[in-house]
Design a protein around this ligand. Structure first.
Ligand SMILES: Cc1cc2nc3c(=O)[nH]c(=O)nc-3n(C[C@H](O)[C@H](O)[C@H](O)COP(=O)(O)O)c2cc1C
Length: 186
């Protein structure tokens, strides 16, 4: 078992080249989401695998300005869910947590297969709904941009994005987010 290798190798790369999307790949990724833990085994996640070239082209219209690089996607996985698909325990709503866990598993499996699977929040949910026929009461949580890492930098990237291709953006240190025995933020 080497989960840590996939965790370490996963990166939000933005210079992509095409990858062949097959039914096998689609099923493989979906199966890794399928067996994720969820509250009461509610399985609130839903995915739309978009890889038809015409549909992908339509999806480009939904991308925000800084996400032009995502036009190189071979597949866009649209992650959707709804509050009432999962546990609501007083103020705790679990649909986003469980869908996030399933999507992380999907992303790690894509990484293991040598792919880039980069989640983004920069898109118009209204346009995504319009293009794919998603009702208003369903949350469009993220788009996962899938491709293969290209050695050639995508020329649309900003300076900051180019830097992030080379080095993983900095993280906060463990002592800022891990607390031992009692919650005592500094
Ligand atoms: C919920 C979410 C939304 C994100 N939105 C965008 C986005 O709109 N555009 C983008 O280029 N990257 C986006 N990212 C990628 C992050 O910028 C990236 O994960 C972060 O900078 C750390 O880099 P790393 O994943 O390569 O370690 C998003 C990531 C997550 C998890």
């Amino acid at each position: 078992m080497d989960v840590k290798e996939a965790i370490r190798k996963r990166r939000a790369y933005r210079s992509l080249e095409p990858v062949e999307v097959t039914e096998d790949l689609e099923n493989d990724l979906a199966e890794c989401a399928q067996i994720t833990a969820s509250c009461f085994n509610n399985q609130p996640w839903r995915y739309i695998f978009v890889y038809d070239p015409e549909m992908l082209k339509k999806m480009h219209e939904a991308l925000s300005q800084g996400n032009e690089w995502a036009q190189k996607a071979s597949m866009i996985i649209v992650v959707i869910s709804k509050k009432d698909y999962d546990c609501v325990i007083r103020d705790r709503e679990y649909f986003l947590f469980d869908t996030g866990m399933a999507t992380a598993n999907l992303i790690l499996r894509a990484t293991e297969l040598g792919l880039v699977a980069h989640p983004i929040a920069g898109y118009s949910p209204r346009k995504v709904r319009e293009i794919l026929g998603i009702p208003d009461d369903v949350n469009v949580i993220t788009l996962v941009i899938v491709g293969k890492k290209s050695k050639d930098l995508n020329p649309v990237l900003s300076e900051k994005q180019v830097e992030a291709e080379k080095n993983r953006p900095e993280r906060i240190s463990l002592d800022k987010f891990v607390f031992i025995n009692i919650y005592k933020p500094k």
